[in-house]
Design a binder for this molecule. Structure first.
Ligand code: UD1
Length: 372
């Protein structure tokens, strides 16, 4: 009798997806090599939607994380929220019809996540959402809409932390669909730690470990509004008087800085860098005196490294990074005072949340097989 086969489509679209998909691929390969005779072989197609397409936003992560070339690239590129989401849907449907997977596995909360989940659900293909249940309770964020819709139509909700389980229960999701598997980002972090520690980025820049602020900003709420971005830029210039700032600039932020004419204000004081690869970014996160960010992933990575982190947002869908980890929310107007406070606060008692242990991907695979 032929072996049974479980067919998956894995979706990766934008930068933060790649470190969530890589551990799944490595875990599938280990499963296929070591599986007991009665356990199915897992076959998969990796679909890159092309939401992020620049080499620095995509290719570098494939290389560093050992992700194979995608089986399919939908090449959707940029566009408004509706255009990007719709283009992914249009181009993903024929892929599902051709491959006929048992599961479509989506990760995170980007437009590609919700678009592919919608296509699969409407074709009657089961959807598993890795990083389910996170809520900022702020529907002005496109990601919050993506999270709500994806979770509402997923068959298996694989969560990173207990607060996510509680959010889903509150929304009436059946307990049988919710599985706490842990934080898949941390699988990639743990697997890449040695290489990250060998990154030459700080020595190349002539900056000492522990003596710089690592800044990343890309959320529309921070960078699309001229006044808000101007306040942030002025505050950063003030901070840079005291400590060097390393600021790799996301393409969205780059466009806004130039359009608003802020280049001269920044160039004098702050080390503006091109978007970084994964190893360099982890190296800066581990060695920074402080991380200042609006990224979801950096909130988690700084909690893992116990690096103080200030998040430039009024809310976070990752509250555990504040209650248990080293994160604190801030705003442009209170940046200076919060930096002083956060740097002098004790980090004793801050720790890494349960199941952020580098072994989430095998738990995901186990749940997929158990629910097949
Ligand atoms: C997207 C995600 C966000 C995630 C972020 C990480 C959504 C709604 N947003 O936001 O959750 O935190 O990715 O980076 O899915 N661009 C390039 N090259 C690229 C990609 C984008 O130049 O490879 C430029 C384009 O001009 C584009 C802009 O950056 O219009 C924004 O890209 P987009 O994917 O629309 O949103 P992000 O802000 O990157």
């Amino acid at each position: 009798m032929p072996d049974s086969i479980c067919k998956l489509v894995l979706i990766a679209g934008a930068r933060p997806n790649f470190m969530k998909v890589a551990p799944l691929i490595h875990a599938i390969r280990r499963h296929n090599n070591d599986r007991p005779a009665d356990s199915p072989t897992i076959d998969f197609w990796l679909v890159h939607t092309g939401q992020h397409y620049d080499a620095a936003m995509s290719e570098v992560f494939f290389r560093e994380l050992g992700i194979p070339a995608p089986d399919v690239n939908l090449e959707v590129g940029s566009g408004s929220q509706a255009v990007q989401t719709a283009n992914v849907m249009l181009r993903f449907e024929p892929v599902c019809l051709e491959y006929r997977p048992d599961w479509v596995v989506v990760v995170g909360d980007v437009n590609s996540t919700v678009a592919c989940a919608l296509v699969a659900a409407k074709l009657g293909i089961k959807v598993a959402h890795v990083e389910a249940g996170l809520r900022s309770f702020d529907r002005t964020m496109p990601e919050e809409i993506n999270r709500l819709v994806t979770d509402a139509i997923s068959d298996l909700l694989l969560t990173p932390s207990e607060d996510a389980n509680e959010n889903l229960r509150r929304e009436g999701v059946s307990e049988s669909k919710i599985k706490l598997v842990g934080n898949i980002m941390i699988d990639s972090l743990v697997a890449n730690l040695e290489q990250a520690r060998r990154s030459p980025i700080l020595s190349n820049l002539g900056i000492e470990p522990g003596k710089f602020v690592y800044v990343t900003l890309h959320r529309p709420a921070n960078v699309d509004d001229r006044e808000t971005l101007e306040t942030i830029v002025k505050e950063l210039a003030r901070v840079a008087e005291k400590m060097p700032i390393l600021f790799p600039v996301h393409p969205r932020t780059r466009q806004r800085i130039t359009a608003f004419g802020f280049d001269p204000m920044l160039n004098d004081k702050i080390r503006l860098l091109k978007p970084l690869g994964y190893h360099d970014s982890l190296h800066l996160t581990e060695n920074a005196r402080l991380v200042l960010t609006d990224s979801g992933g950096l909130q988690e990575e700084s909690t893992y490294f116990r690096t103080p982190c200030l998040t430039l947002r009024p809310n976070t869908e990752r509250p555990v990074t504040c209650t248990v980890g080293t994160n604190r929310l801030t705003s442009a107007g209170r940046l200076w005072i919060h930096i002083q406070e956060h740097l002098s606060a004790s980090l004793c008692g801050r720790h890494v949340p349960p199941y952020w242990d580098g072994a989430t991907a095998p738990r995901v695979i186990g749940e997929l097989l158990a629910h097949s």
